[in-house]
Design a binder for this molecule. Sequence first.
Ligand code: ATR
Length: 264
Amino acid sequence: MSDRYAVIGNPVAHSKSPAIHAEFARATGQDIDYARIEAPLDGFADAIARFRAAGGKGCNVTLPFKQEAVRIAGRLSERARLAQAVNTLRFEDSFGDNTDGIGLVRDLAGNMGVDLRGKSLLILGAGGAAQGVAGALLVAGLRRLVIANRTLSKAQALAERFPGVRARGYQALAGERFDVVVNATSAGLAGESPALPAGLLDEKTVAYDMVYGRDTPFLVQARAAGARAVDGIGMLVEQAAESFFLWRGVRPSTRAVLEKLRGS
Ligand code: ATR
């Protein structure tokens, strides 16, 4: 029988993870079965226990359970501890990891050719998505890392956890410029964009939206300003590759999967 994995979330019907992992398995000759499990909002721990009992080897965890998964893991990677969020569980040793941050860094550096060393980077947002990637960005060799949020106190609370990181409100960004601006807010899901000061994005900026599969107002705004604008599909594929490696000890190539998802 194939080794069983799954993505557990709510909602989870739209998840591209089963298709991505199936493609990784095919390309690397690994015999796995990867399903979607929608857990009730108050039933995450039960869903994990049931999947384990049914022979599951590990799972990806998505919204809204990434914080709860921290408590389920017996042992956490350093990056999951920093993020206070787990997106990958390996059951054999009760290991919890977070591959979101490294997924973003690999997409920027590997797929987009953006060398982060010595660069300035701005994270927009201070919720779960921002928290999940801040630690990985911090060790990527940046010269400057700033977290800006509509609610300044949340940016301050997040920045305090990472040495050298500064917090700002959006209007306090006027006159500043950054090499890379990462939108980690959920604004795009509501068809909105963070209220950024004019001039923040220009033709030298790499503008990255962690949301994927839709042309968010942030990306539209970035493109209109001449910036290089890209959505988060590459991050999705890269975080999946790192999870696959954790489970199988084999690192799949991401290029073909990414090209397929981008329809190119
Ligand atoms: P996630 O896990 O997706 O990060 P979250 O923890 O609810 O979700 O955080 C949502 C983030 O998007 C927050 O930073 C939120 O800003 P506030 O803390 O000020 O609420 C941000 N956000 C959501 N809608 C936004 C909008 N229309 N404009 C700017 N920021 C927005």
